[in-house]
Design a protein around this ligand. Structure first.
Ligand code: NAD
Ligand code: MG
Length: 387
């Protein structure tokens, strides 16, 4: 029996993880499940999976969680400290699927505890890549990428020497507005941006797909995770989302990972690694699929891609600043305080302003420094949003 915990259990990735685990309950002992504020859903899954503890991040949801778990023998807790304590409980495998920089510390603590960390929370690598890798190397833990593109690259690299890699191609669906005239983008609403043509995901990542801030995070995540130089990392728009990523080698071979848009593949791969086990995902009918198409990822339509390149070249805490500014700008768009196109402008202004502060961006990537950079970037972004 493997001990597993799921951080962000009530979200899109969390629910897909639960789906896989619930298919073989005899194989797993569920330690902790955490959620934001949906106590009902969390309690229901905790009971179904026989978890030891269920934690909501929002303390206001604790009475509802206690009530829903009463008589089950499952511990109920709430708040940031309880969440981090639950993430530290001994486990063999931990899914990191909280959205945003809020997922960094819980995942880091799980890794320090020696768990294999299945990392859906891309923000962890963007904000603190060197710290995550250092922590994994120092302890018994290891990081398994769950973002579909990074799982694809990881799989294409099995048995290969990273030194023979010439290029890594990260595909992008193009999101909700890929075919919109440029001049209409400013009228885009959060509801329109939160409708993805191919993937069924959480609201924030879906809007980030339309702006390509999600792809921007993924480019930075690729650099951090695989340790390749930024000029070897490319993006291409691939509207069918069937190829998740490609790795090009120095002999000209280009290895593509192809499959339907179903996150249970990447989650299941990380769950069973280093083995491959049968997964309940659709098998591709290539003839029915017919053709795959590709387009240039235009940096005028998607300025986030240009910003990602700058962040990759700067390194240090630029990723933490970029992500925090992006999260704040995204809140501003969701709350209809700024337009869709304005998000990139806000992020760029924050990057420029904080880069000018001596010693900030190039400070060592420690948890304290990352949290500090995150805080300053949010403050600056708020200032821009309110002026
Ligand atoms: P989601 O919004 O559906 O779920 C997020 C989870 O985190 C929920 O359980 C929510 O309650 C919890 N949460 C939110 N804020 C929190 C906070 N401050 N403290 C503690 N818990 C909090 O998001 P998702 O789509 O499942 O994405 C989760 C992560 O996985 C993100 O980093 C995302 O970029 C990444 N990811 C998602 C997909 C996907 O298909 N959904 C694919 C690749 C990567
Ligand atoms: Mg992805």
């Amino acid at each position: 029996m493997r001990r597993v915990s799921i951080l962000g259990a009530t979200g899109s990735i969390g629910q897909n993880t639960i789906d896989l685990i619930a298919r073989a309950p005899e194989d797993y002992q569920v330690v902790a499940l955490t959620g934001g504020r949906n106590a009902q859903k969390l309690a229901q899954d905790a009971i179904r999976l026989g978890a030891q503890i269920a934690v909501v991040a929002d303390e206001a949801a604790l009475p509802a969680l206690r009530e829903a778990l009463s008589g089950s023998g499952i511990e109920a807790a709430a708040g940031r400290a309880a969440l981090i304590e639950a993430a530290q409980r001994p486990a063999d495998w931990v899914m990191s699927a909280i959205v945003g920089a809020a997922g960094l510390e819980p995942g880091l603590r799980a890794l320090q505890g020696g768990a294999a960390l299945a990392l859906a929370n891309k923000e962890s690598m963007v904000c603190a890549g060197p710290l995550m890798l250092r922590t994994a190397a120092e302890g018994r833990g290891r990081i398994l990428p769950v973002d579909s593109e990074h799982s694809a690259v990881f799989q294409a690299l099995l048995g290969e020497d990273i030194a023979s890699v010439e290029r890594i191609v990260i595909t992008a669906s193009g999101g909700a507005f890929r075919d919109w005239p440029l001049e209409d983008l400013d009228k885009a609403t959060p509801e329109q941006a939160a409708t993805h043509p191919n993937w069924d995901m959480g609201q924030r990542i879906t809007i980030d797909s339309a702006s390509m801030f999600n792809k921007a995070l993924e480019l930075i995540e690729t650099k951090e995770f695989f340790g390749v130089s930024p000029d070897k990392i490319e993006t291409v728009v691939h509207p069918e989302s069937m190829i998740h990523a490609m790795v090009g080698f120095n002999d000209g071979a280009l290895m593509a990972h192809v499959g339907p848009a179903d996150m249970r593949h990447a989650i299941g791969f990380a769950l069973h690694y280093p083995q491959r086990k049968s997964l309940p995902v659709e098998r591709l009918d290539l003839v029915k699929l017919g053709q795959l198409t590709f387009r240039t990822a235009c940096e005028v339509r998607w300025p986030a891609l240009r910003l990602a390149r700058e962040v990759m070249h700067t390194g240090g805490l630029a990723g933490a600043v970029f992500n925090a500014a992006k999260e704040t700008a995204l809140d501003g768009f969701i709350e209809k305080r700024i337009t869709f196109s304005r998000m990139a402008g806000v992020v760029e202004e924050v990057l420029t302003s904080l880069s000018a502060q001596a010693g900030l961006i190039d400070a060592e990537v420690t948890l304290d420094n990352v949290l500090q950079a995150d805080h300053l970037a949010r403050q600056k972004a708020h200032e821009i949003l309110t002026h």
